[in-house]
Ligand binder design. Structure first.
Ligand code: HH2
Length: 284
């Protein structure tokens, strides 16, 4: 990939790590821990110390069944975090995890550099805000809303259908005036996918490279790991590392994770394996 995000140029295959900061009372794995802005700021600083390349600040849980958050409440959760990080000279690019145009605009004004939209620009106002600010955007695949997405997890060919629906998101971005060069695509692990479909998507994530855009994947602590292993949500780092490794080997550039230090170690080893394999192609 070659893309400027804030002051930083993201160049090459990565892997680049996006550290998660959930300023929410109800996120599936860390709800309530970082609702206080100072706690959220401390978590972002910890991610930076552990080697994150950027951080993603969100104020609305998207766990299955999560209720929508009113715009005023979401603004109250995320804007102070971004303002405080910038006020203390935080150097990493900041992403805002929102699907609302108004929240994106306020977050960008407060110092965010990228918009992470789990709905893939369904809100035209969000598309216009991104286009106007000229910032990059993550277009994630989802069907329906967190309240009803589980019922929409019906696919004949999950990888092909997710690719087609991501193409539609790229078309929405273009219609809003967002250039293709500023988009990053994400298959949306856990969003309108069963555990089995999520595993198949991870196994075939390399197929999405045909869309010609950098890829971001967020497998961190997700329920497919619990389904495969029985591990509770607080004990899914090892499963996350396996998924991160698979993603890096498949050519995914960006990983959205809670456990930056552990994931960085796995991602760097996986990247070395990826590069060593590419250096000596073919059977020996
Ligand atoms: N996953 C979550 C939230 N935002 N954004 C992208 N681009 N990709 C993802 O896979 C993704 C995402 C869900 O994880 P988390 O933020 O930890 O939980 P919650 O939505 O409950 O806050």
């Amino acid at each position: 990939m070659r893309m400027s995000i804030g002051a930083r140029l993201f160049e090459g295959p990565g892997p680049f790590l996006m550290g998660i900061v959930n300023a929410t009372p109800d996120s599936f794995s860390d709800g309530g821990r970082f609702l206080d802005p100072d706690a959220a700021v401390a978590e972002a600083l910890r991610h930076a110390e552990e080697g994150a390349d950027l951080v993603d600040v969100g104020g609305e849980s998207t766990r299955p069944g999560a209720p929508p958050v009113p715009v005023e409440e979401e603004l109250r959760r995320v804007v102070p975090v971004i303002e405080r990080l910038r006020a203390r000279g935080f150097l990493l690019p900041i992403s805002v995890d929102t699907c609302k145009g108004e929240v994106a605009r306020a977050a960008l004004a407060a110092g965010a550099d990228l918009v992470n939209d789990v709905t893939g620009l369904r809100d035209p106002e969000l598309g216009r805000a991104v286009a106007r600010a000229g910032v990059p955007v993550v277009l994630m695949h989802m069907r329906g809303t967190p309240a009803d997405m589980a019922a929409r997890a019906v696919y004949d060919d999950v990888a092909a259908e997710v690719a087609a629906e991501l193409r539609a998101a790229l078309a929405r971005a273009a219609a809003a005036g967002v250039s293709a060069e500023s988009t990053i695509l994400d298959p949306g692990i856990g969003f309108a996918k069963t555990a089995e479909q999520g595993v198949e998507l991870l196994a075939r994530v390399g197929e999405l490279r045909a869309l010609g855009r950098p890829l971001l994947v967020g497998p961190s602590r997700k329920s497919f790991i619990g389904k495969l292993t029985g591990a509770p949500v607080g004990d899914r780092v090892p499963g996350t590392l396996a998924a991160v490794t698979a993603c890096v080997l498949a050519g995914v550039e960006l990983l959205r994770v809670h456990d930056v230090a552990a994931c960085r170690q796995a991602a760097l080893v996986a990247a070395a394996l990826r590069d060593a394999g590419a250096a000596r192609p073919g059977p020996r």
